[in-house]
Design a protein around this ligand. Structure first.
Ligand code: PGA
Length: 236
């Protein structure tokens, strides 16, 4: 079953999220053929948990802190996320690495904490444009995997930084090559691709046999496009 993770990022206010989900259920997109995982902002998690009852949808958080509890003002622990119904947590998204200085060491701590709280970490990795152009993608991937590769279960999202939100995507061969590299390092992992996934290119990504799913940003907060996207997998 194809895994689709919808990363809403810091989009949709609480009220907008509620309206979005209301419209989503009205449109009733067929999703039985997918493992659909929604990752809203923290404040909406409890409401989403309530809204998806009786629907085949799972919940992810977009980030976490690594400590269980304590004097860490502003942070949210994996146990709190588990309590809010999360089964997955995104870790080390390139925006976290870029704007909040998350290093591979921090990503490792977070991924282990998520695992210990009995959720699945979705570790995001990917090269910047410069590394891509210099042919260093392989080195970046290996380095970012090194500290997390023994965590099991583990999901890895390959998201080239230059592709996120840009409309540019790597070729099928390039994605397949990185997917195979990730699987050679972590044969137990589920591998996703993320970065400018759209209705126009979803078929291409689906033709990569070794890929287990897609991580979708911009498209996942647009209705009805998101519903069209989900339904289209039925015929792929
Ligand atoms: P995008 O974002 O689909 O808008 O490129 C993907 C992501 O950052 O997870």
């Amino acid at each position: 079953m194809l895994n689709i993770v919808a990363n809403w990022k810091m989009n949709l206010s609480f009220i907008e999220s509620e309206i979005f989900m209301g419209k989503f259920f009205q449109q009733q997109p067929e999703i039985d053929h997918l493992n659909l995982i929604l990752a809203p902002s923290f404040p909406f998690l409890p409401k989403l948990k309530e809204m998806i009852q009786n629907h085949p949808i799972q919940i992810a958080a977009q980030d976490t802190f690594w400590m269980k509890s304590g004097a860490y003002t502003g942070e949210v622990s994996p146990l709190m996320l588990k309590e809010m119904g999360c089964s997955y947590v995104l870790v080390g998204h390139s925006e976290r690495r870029q704007y909040f200085g998350e290093t591979d060491i921090i990503v490792e701590k977070k991924a282990i904490a998520v695992h210990q709280a009995r959720m699945i970490p979705i570790v995001c990795i990917g090269e910047h444009r410069e590394s891509y152009e210099e042919g260093k993608t392989r080195n970046v991937i290996l380095q970012q995997l090194e500290r997390v590769k023994s965590i099991n279960p583990l999901w890895v999202a390959y998201e080239p930084v230059w592709s996120i939100g840009s409309g540019k995507i790597p070729s099928k061969e390039e994605v397949a090559k990185v997917t195979d590299l990730i699987l050679s390092e972590c044969p137990h992992a589920n591998v996703l691709y993320g970065g400018s996934v759209s209705i126009d290119n979803q078929r291409m990504f689906c033709s990569i046999d070794s890929l287990h799913g897609l991580l979708v940003g911009g498209l996942s907060v647009k209705l009805p496009d998101f519903c069209v996207f989900l339904e289209k997998f039925k015929n792929i």
